[in-house]
Design a protein around this ligand. Structure first.
Ligand code: F3S
Length: 755
């Protein structure tokens, strides 16, 4: 069974009571986002109103989804928790590790060869701990979640930023780091700053060439890549209800591109149709019974300015198709003459080399059917494809149904390549070039979400533009970035002028969805006998060993690095080729802090080894200290650890023997991750004390044995000339977090509690 109807009914039973209680404590009508948040409080019934953008609140999500790249470390950690099963329904989806090259079958075979140990590991851990496993080729995590698990009014977290896609089915679905997912799998609460709320009122109706993708491309133009930060975007209005469920998913999906915590839509008939079409009539019936709780109170949408922190109005009848890019998803250009001018002014290559349709953003049956209606016209009108075209269906269910209905054949007749049901070019898994760094300047158009430099093909000179699937198809056929399918003619093989008519398509397959093998493996009811094997000499996977507590005596510690300026999680644990080692802590630790700038010489990965006086790379020097049994500290500037919630940025220094990270200020998630790994994450009480730290210093914590909430700690910095400075350090550890420190990590404590 893919989903758990009893769990969903349980959520709805609680929801009725909790929404009423929340309305009482908040003292006014509620948005949908508030209804979902307040009905998922860890402590049960709401007892107080939370301040948006300020209060940190504990939640109890209903589901977890992990993709293959992030699941590796998350599951390795979960194995440390001493549990026999995950506490919350969880699924793992193999979609990121499949490279697009020759086409679906050979590409999948290749991925199964090169990543078999990772896939086998994920499959066996899933089987052992009650986790649903979606095999390579089963589909892209967010499309599979929408088809099988998302439900109106639910809350889920996922170890991927586009988890937000499930808002298309009325969820509050949020992307998190692996450490957060592990907490929830292990039965702990999940903490989130209570979000601000942005309302987007959609009036009018999409028609002609305009698609849901254009709505989010417009919102990205309005809010920019940062405008949604810390907020839930809630869409409503007649334009919202007139849109398909998967179209809503597209809009929510790209909420990640405006930095939003998540996006959502109220339950409506399109969602009910989608639930029934995807074999979930019982979920639709259950949702219908609590319909009033699955959308905002009527007064909220009547006077949204009184209830949202910001309201944006978009009239869909006035919206035209857009192309966003290059290099950023918020740079909007209307197709046609505006693009002609901008491309000329900015020297964007007009010739389009590839059109790509797919990704978790736009790979539904509706997307493929509308794009294929354009492809069919090209065949009927004697047009040849000027660019190359690649298609990644979102799931095996979509692929199988699209093949049955002749949709894929239309693309193939135009010489398009059908790639695996996987992320492929969306995440750089695209063997387009042998030497991408030196590849030529070019333009591509795709229906994905992200278009940063190098994202699709590793070529910094590829100008990627984001568009709807139907516009992507039309531009790929025309082969020109400035082609406007609404007004421009093309010359066919007979030398005649022809024009495209508006795209058409089906919201849902007229003959229903079908699939032979959807790629799902249910876990065994009792997985206790399942062996999880990891080879000792594996390069990519390494079972974790519990961290030893650092202890309350830190004396004679050395400085590993005093980082200068910005030090993000990317500087601490670089991505790119290192992603290959995500499941192998010791191997990936060889990138620890190699991007951080040494404050003493302004160089990266070049720090003094106090044992020898020589300079070396940060991981190498740190390994020397570890070998000598010497603890170290890392010093940093403001907002240390900003960027992603990647737990590797805390686990790697911890693994290598760093005891404390002392900075002017932390990015909060990284600070929490350090605490979870049983390290000291401290801030200078007096920021200027950062300047007191010298390259040759030795450090003693003089009162760590009195570590307690709200009590400052003292660091004695002994300089090379024998002089000393006493430095006061602040911290935000509460009692429970000090216990994490005392036990070596949060997981060690959980394990002890489960013993
Ligand atoms: Fe995969 Fe791209 Fe979505 S990497 S999960 S298709 S954003």
């Amino acid at each position: 069974m893919a989903f758990d109807i009893d769990m969903i009914k349980g959520v709805y039973t609680k929801m009725a009571e909790r929404v009423n209680k929340a309305r009482e404590v908040v003292g006014k009508p509620l948005t949908l986002s508030e209804k979902i948040l307040y009905s998922h409080l860890w402590d049960g019934n709401p007892t107080k109103a939370f301040t948006r953008g300020k209060d940190y609140v504990d939640f109890a999500p209903d589901r977890i989804a992990c993709q293959d790249a992030t699941a590796q470390m998350a599951l390795l950690q979960f194995m440390q928790a001493g549990k026999t099963k995950v506490a919350v329904p969880t699924t793992v989806h193999c979609d990121h590790l499949i490279q697009a090259k020759e086409g679906a079958a050979p590409d999948l075979k290749h991925a199964n060869n090169v990543s078999s140990e990772v896939f086998n590991f994920l499959e066996s851990v899933s089987n052992k701990y009650g986790i649903g496993f979606w095999k390579p080729g089963a589909g892209i995590i967010h499309q599979v979640v929408l088809e099988n698990y998302a439900f109106p009014g639910g809350m889920m977290i996922g170890t991927d930023s586009h988890t937000v896609n499930a808002g298309g089915l009325g969820m509050v679905a949020i992307g998190v780091g692996g450490a957060d997912a592990v907490d929830v799998m292990a039965g702990m609460a999940w903490e989130l700053k209570f979000p601000k709320l942005i309302g987007v009122r959609l009036t009018g109706k999409l028609s002609g060439w305009t698609a849901p993708k254009d709505v989010i491309l417009k919102v990205a133009e309005i809010l920019t890549v940062k405008g949604g930060t810390g907020a839930i975007v809630e869409y409503f209005g007649p334009g919202a209800t007139a849109m398909s469920c998967t179209g809503k998913g597209t809009i929510c999906n790209m909420g990640a591109e405006i930095g939003a915590t998540t996006s959502t839509f109220g339950y409506d008939d399109s969602m009910e149709r989608y639930l029934r079409a995807t074999d979930r009539a019982d979920v639709a019936d259950a949702a219908n019974a609590v319909r009033e709780h699955l959308t905002a109170d009527a007064e909220v949408y009547a006077n949204p300015e009184n209830y949202f922190d910001q309201v944006i109005d978009i009239n869909l009848s006035e919206l035209g198709p857009l192309l966003n890019g290059p290099f950023t998803p918020d740079l909007s250009t209307t197709v046609g003459s505006e693009m002609t001018e901008k491309a000329k002014a900015n020297d964007w290559p007009i010739a389009v080399e590839w059109g790509l349709i797919g990704s978790c953003t736009n790979s539904s049956y509706e997307d493929l059917s509308r794009a294929s209606s354009i492809a069919q016209q090209a065949l009927d009108k004697g047009l040849k494809m000027k660019s190359e075209l690649g298609i990644n269906p979102g799931s095996e269910q979509v692929r199988y149904t699209a093949e049955r209905d002749g949709i894929l054949a239309v693309f193939e007749n135009l010489d398009a390549k059908i790639f695996t049901n996987a992320c492929g070019p969306c995440i750089g898994q695209w063997a387009r070039y042998s030497d991408p760094k030196n590849a030529p300047k070019n333009s591509i158009v795709h229906s994905f979400n992200r278009n940063f430099a190098k994202r699709a093909d590793g070529n910094p000179n590829t100008h990627a533009f984001v568009a709807s699937p139907e516009i992507t198809a039309a531009i790929a056929i025309a082969g020109r970035l400035d082609f406007n399918p609404l007004t421009d003619k093309l010359i066919n093989e007979n030398g005649e002028e022809v024009m495209f008519e508006e795209p058409t398509g089906w919201e849902l397959p007229p003959k229903g969805f079908d699939v032979k093998d959807n790629g799902y493996l249910a876990p065994e009811a009792d997985g206790s006998h399942v062996q999880v094997s990891v080879k000792d000499d594996s390069e990519r996977l390494q079972l974790l060993t519990p961290f030893e507590p650092i202890g309350n005596t830190i004396t004679g510690a050395k400085l590993l690095i005093k980082a200068f300026g910005k030090c993000t999680t990317d500087h601490i644990s670089m991505a790119g080729p290192w992603l290959r080692f995500r499941g192998h802590l010791d191997n990936i630790a060889n990138n620890t802090l190699i991007g951080a700038v040494n404050a003493f010489n302004k160089k990266t990965n070049f720090v003094k080894n106090q044992l020898t006086g020589d300079y070396g790379g940060v991981p190498d020097v740190q390994r020397e200290y570890k070998k000598a049994g010497i603890k170290t500290i890392v010093v940093g500037d403001h907002n240390y650890g900003e960027g992603s919630s990647r737990e590797h940025a805390a686990m790697q220094p911890r693994h290598l023997g760093v005891a404390a990270v002392i900075v002017k200020s932390f990015a909060r998630i990284h600070e929490t991750n350090l605490k979870k790994q049983g390290m000291l994450g401290l801030t200078f009480a007096n920021e200027s004390d950062y300047d007191l730290i010298k390259e040759d210093d030795t450090f003693n914590f003089t009162d760590l044995n009195e570590f307690a909430p709200g009590k400052q700690l003292t660091l004695e910095a002994v300089h090379a000339d024998g002089s000393k400075d006493s430095i006061k350090l602040n911290h935000t550890y509460n009692d429970a977090q000090i216990e994490w420190y005392n036990h070596g990590s949060a997981l060690n404590l959980i394990k002890k509690q489960n013993a």
